[in-house]
Design a protein around this ligand. Structure first.
Ligand code: FE2
Ligand code: FE2
Length: 214
């Protein structure tokens, strides 16, 4: 069963509401508690703490982009079932966003100051690929999630070993991103051309290296 298709005004209001709740800190309560909620906080030295915070700020910025991408796709999706699938993924991404924000706060740091910029850029990219049609929009999601999984795998190697709380959050996110990618493929994602994939990787690299610091 799926909900009625939204009117353009509904979609606009949903997008504005989502943009505000995504870039506002605190982001609000996640629908599911953080997977790290019951874990003992490990003692980290100052260097480890700063590094873990930098990485978690990158992951938080990634989740800001995920929100914007899914909302951008949903805003122009043609098939109501695909629109609903994107809204559902955006809800899970919102949990990721809130978990990363909680962890950043525990590490004594805050999200990227450029969050509104990340959101606006990713929303525009999401909507632009959605305008090309649902199969390209889904293709874009499948490729994004694939690149995000590789990125999160690299963070599982880079995070301090004793930082179980950050690692557990990242591992859970990684599993769910893989599922989002599989769902997009099952729903009819087209394979993106190689130059587009390369451009996506380059854009992600700019975002991740900036968000680590700012
Ligand atoms: Fe996510
Ligand atoms: Fe995802």
């Amino acid at each position: 069963m799926h909900s009625r298709q939204l009117t353009p005004l509904d979609r606009l209001l949903t997008s504005v509401n989502n943009a505000l709740r995504t870039v506002a800190a605190p982001a609000g309560r996640p629908a599911r508690p953080s997977p790290a909620a019951d874990l003992e906080d490990a003692p980290l030295d100052e260097r480890e703490k700063a590094h873990a915070a930098g990485l978690m700020r990158v992951n938080h910025a990634g989740e800001v982009c995920a929100q914007a991408l899914y909302q951008g796709h949903a805003a122009v999706a043609r098939d109501p079932e695909i629109e609903e699938q994107m809204q559902k993924a955006a809800e899970e991404e919102f949990d990721h966003l809130a978990w990363c924000e909680q962890r950043l706060e525990e590490l004594g740091e805050s999200p990227s100051k450029l969050s509104p910029f990340w959101y606006a850029g990713a929303f525009a990219i999401g909507a632009a690929s959605g305008i090309l049609g649902d199969k390209w929009s889904l293709g874009f999601i499948a490729e994004t999630e694939d690149q995000v999984c590789a990125h999160l795998d690299s963070h599982l190697e880079k995070l301090p070993h004793s930082d179980k709380r950050s690692r557990t959050i990242v591992a859970q996110m990684r599993d769910e991103e893989a599922e989002h990618g599989e769902n997009a493929i099952d729903a009819g994602a087209a394979e993106l051309p190689q130059p587009v994939k390369r451009l996506m990787r380059l854009t992600a690299r700019i975002m991740t290296s900036t968000a680590y610091r700012i």
